[in-house]
Design a protein around this ligand. Structure first.
Ligand SMILES: [Zn+2]
Length: 347
C-alpha cells in the first residue's frame, strides 16, 4: 500500500555527491509562469538577483486570445516583458518552457512557439514543465505513470477519468510534439512532492525511464502553489533540515500568486529567502544543477522496477496528504492582470 512507503522510510537515498566550492546543499526554483506579469514579477526577481539566487523562470511563447483562467498573464508576445526575460537570461537566470501558451496548442503552434522562444532568447529551451490540463502536455495525467496499478488508482481515486487526455506524446494526435521535446529539451518536471529535500524521495535525479523515450531526463520537484505555501515550505526549520541533510531542493511555484504586498515582495518571502541566502547552499538554475548531477552520476539515471514503482507510490502518498498543506493566499495579482489586459486591448 502507498501508505507503507513514506519519505521517512526512503531517507537513505542521498547519493555520494558533493557540490562545488564546499557548498553543503543545493537549492533552485522552477517558476511556472501562470498569472505572471512584468510588473508583478520584477520585484521578486530583483530580490533573487540581489541575494545571489540563480533560478529558472518559465515562459509562454505565444499569446492566447480566447477565454482563459490565465488571461492577462504576459507572454513573449509582450515586448517589454520579453525584453525583461532577456535581461534575466543575461543575469544568468534560466528561461524555460511552460508549453507553447496558457491553453492547449496543436503541433504547428508548438513549432512556432519553439521558434519564437529561440528568436527571443537565442536558443531553444532546455527545461520544461507541463501546464494545468493542456491537451499538449507530455506524459501527463494518467500517462505520467508507468505502472498499471498507479494508472488505475489515478483514474479511479484522483479523478483522472474525468480529465481530457494529454496527448503531447501520442503519435498521430494533433497535439503531438514529443519528437520536438526529444530534439530540444533535456529536462522535464515529473512528479511533485511536499518534501523540500528531493533526495528523501529518490537518489535518481535526473532520471529517465524506458517507457518515455522522448524525455532525456526527468526531475521530481517540491511544490508550493502560492506565496503562503512557499513561505511554509521554506520555513527556518525546513531550511535547517535541508542543510543538515546536505540535500537537494528544486521548488516549483508560481511567483505570480500572492508574492507581492502593496507593490513590494511579501515581507515573509524576503525573510525566508534572505535567511536561505546566508546558508552555504549552491544556488543554480535547474538545468545547471541537473547537468551537474548527471555528470556526477555518470549520466542520467535509468529508473526502473521497484525504485520507479516507489517514486510513483510516493506521489500518491504525498497527494493524499496534500490537502493538509494547501494554503489560501491573498490574490494580489488581479489588478496587475487587469492592467496587462487593458494594455493590450485595441485602442
Ligand atoms: Zn502552469
Amino acid at each position: 500500500m502507498p501508505g507503507a512507503i513514506t519519505s521517512e522510510t526512503a531517507m537513505t537515498s542521498r547519493p555520494p555527491i558533493s557540490f562545488p566550492d564546499g557548498k553543503q546543499f543545493a537549492f533552485s526554483i522552477f517558476d511556472d509562469t501562470d498569472v505572471a506579469t512584468l510588473e508583478y514579477i520584477r520585484p521578486i526577481y530583483e530580490l533573487l538577483d540581489r541575494l545571489g539566487f540563480r533560478t529558472t523562470k518559465s515562459v509562454w511563447s505565444l499569446p492566447y486570445h480566447g477565454h482563459s483562467d490565465y488571461q492577462g498573464s504576459d507572454t513573449l508576445a509582450d515586448p517589454e516583458y520579453a525584453s525583461y526575460v532577456r535581461h534575466l537570461q543575461q543575469r544568468r537566470f534560466e528561461i524555460a518552457f511552460h508549453g507553447a501558451r496558457m491553453e492547449s496548442s496543436e503541433r504547428a503552434d508548438i513549432i512556432t512557439a519553439f521558434e519564437v522562444f529561440k528568436e527571443n532568447l537565442g536558443q531553444y529551451p532546455t527545461a520544461y514543465a507541463a501546464h494545468g490540463y493542456n491537451r499538449d502536455n507530455l506524459y501527463w495525467g494518467v500517462d505520467r505513470f508507468r505502472f498499471r496499478l498507479w494508472r488505475w488508482l489515478y483514474g479511479a481515486v484522483l479523478g483522472g477519468r474525468r480529465e481530457r487526455p494529454a496527448e503531447g506524446h501520442r503519435v498521430g494526435s494533433p497535439y503531438y510534439w514529443a519528437d520536438l521535446a526529444a530534439q530540444h529539451l533535456r529536462y522535464m518536471r515529473s512528479f511533485t512532492y511536499n518534501d523540500l529535500n528531493l533526495w528523501n524521495i529518490t537518489a535518481a535525479v535526473p532520471y529517465r525511464t524506458a517507457g518515455t523515450p522522448s524525455v532525456q531526463g526527468f526531475f521530481p520537484s517540491s511544490f508550493a502553489d502560492n506565496v503562503e505555501e512557499f513561505i511554509e515550505l521554506l520555513s527556518p526549520a525546513r531550511q535547517e533540515k535541508l542543510e543538515r541533510e546536505r540535500g537537494l531542493a528544486i521548488v516549483g511555484t508560481h511567483f505570480g500568486k500572492g508574492f507581492l504586498r502593496d507593490g513590494e515582495v511579501h515581507p515573509a518571502v524576503v525573510e525566508v529567502l534572505t535567511r536561505l541566502s546566508q546558508r552555504p547552499g549552491w544556488f543554480q538554475p535547474v538545468s545547471t544543477l541537473l547537468d551537474y548531477l548527471a555528470v556526477a552520476q555518470g549520466g542520467v539515471v535509468h529508473l526502473a522496477g521497484y525504485r520507479l514503482f516507489c517514486l510513483e507510490a510516493l506521489w500518491f502518498w504525498h497527494s493524499i496528504r496534500r490537502p493538509r498543506n494547501i494554503r489560501r493566499y491573498e490574490k494580489t495579482q488581479s489588478p496587475y492582470l487587469r492592467r496587462a489586459i487593458e494594455r493590450r486591448a485595441p485602442r
